[in-house]
Design a protein around this ligand. Sequence first.
Ligand code: HAM
Length: 425
Amino acid sequence: MKIKALKGFKDIVPGEVELWQRVETVARDIFTRFNFSEIRMPILEKTELFARSIGEATDIVEKEMYTFVDKQITMRPEATASLLRAYVQHGLHVQKPIQRLFTIGPMFRHERPQKGRLRQFHQMDVEVIGASNPRVDAELMAMGAMLLEELGVTVTLELNSLGCPACRPGFRETLLAFIEDRYGSLCDDCMRRSTTNPLRVLDCKNHSCRVQVEEAPSIQEHLCQECSDHFSVVQAGLQQLGVSYSLNKFMVRGLDYYTRTTFEFITGDLGAQAAVGAGGRYDGLIEQLGGPKVPGVGFALGIERLVLLLQQKDGVETAQGEIDLFIAGLGEAASEFVFPLVHALRQKGLRAAMDYEGRSLKSQMKQANKAGARYVLIIGDNELEQGQAVLRDMQSQEQAEIAIDQNIIEMTQLLLQRIAKTDTC
Ligand code: HAM
C-alpha cells in the first residue's frame, strides 16, 4: 500500500512550485520597498502563547490547534503571536522604536479541509510594531493591495473597526440586547457564543443567523471619540493612497486580539474561502504577552489561496524553468568529456544538463526538448576526435560548429550570448 500525505497536508510539486516562487518573490520585493525586514521563528511554541493572544474562546484555540498535550506545546496556528513573542524576547523595541517585520512560512490548523483550506497552510505575514498612527494602518492595506495588484489578483478590501476596551464593552451590551430577542433562531454555535463572545455571532456563516443579524447595530456607530477619529484617518489615508474599500460592520475576525482597525482582502473566485488575506490592529497585545506597552498592526496573506487564484487565471501548469544548454555526449569518450564540461558551465552560471544513460542522439534530443533546452551542444566520439562540436539553436534549428579545445567553455558562453542577442533583436 502506498503511503500518502496526511489529509489537509499538501506537497508542492514542480509545475506549481514556480507559482509559489513568483508569489514570494513579488512579496519580498514589495516588503523591501516598504522597508520591512525578515524574521523567522520556530514552528513550535508554548501553548499558552496562543491561548493568551488569540483567545481561549476562539475556534482556533478551542478546536483547531495541533497541541502536544503532554508537553504543553503547539504548532503555531498563525504568525502574529510568535512574532510578537520573538519581538519581546529579543527586546527589539530597544533597537528601534518602530519595527517593521515580515515572515513567510507554514501554519497549522486542524480545520475541515476543502478548496483553499488546508491543515498546513502558508502565510506571508507583516507586522508594524510601535506605531499608533492610523496612517500606518492605511499604508499596510495599500501595501497588501499593491502586492495583490502586482500578482494580477482582483480582490475587494473590506474594513471595520472593533473599537477598544473603552468602547467595545458598551457595544457588546447593545449587541447582546439585540441578540437576546433572536436567541431561539440562532445556530447552536451562536447560542453558545452569544455568552462568551457575542460579536462572533455577527460573522456566522449560517444562513439563518445571517438573516437574524442583518439589522444588528453597527460597531462603527458605537466607537468612542478616539476610535472614531482613528477610523476616520484610516479611511482618509486609504482615499489619499487611492485604495478602494467598503465598510463591513459584520467583520469581527476569528482572533480575539484586535482593537480598532480590522480588514480582509476578499475574492469572489474561491467559493467559501473568500479571504485571501486579513489583519488589523492589536494595541494591547504586546503588553499582554509581557512586553512593553506598544501598539501594533499587521496582516497575513494565505499563499495557497493566492496560488489557486493564479492557477485559475493562468492555467494549472506553469512552465518549469527552461535550461540554457543540453550537452548531448555520444559514446563513452564523449560522455567522459561532457561530464566535467557541464559542471564547468554550471560554475560559469549556465543552467546546463546532460544525459547519463548513454542514450542515442534521437533520444537525447527528445530529453533536451522535454527539458525546454534553448540550445544543444552535440559532441560525439568522432566530433571529439576531429576537435569540433555542433551547437544547435532549438528554436531556429540553426547549427554552428565550435572548436573543442581549452576555450570551449568561453566559446560556448560567447556563442550563447551572441545567439541570445540576436534573439532579442
Ligand atoms: P487569519 O484571518 O486567521 O489571520 O489568516 C490570514 C489568512 O491566512 C487568511 O485570510 C487566509 O488567506 C489564510 N488562511 C487562514 N487559515 C487558512 C487555512 N486553513 N488554509 C489556507 N489558508 C488559510 C491571521 O492569521 C492573523 N495572524 C493575521 C494578522 C497579522 N493580523 C495581524 N497581523
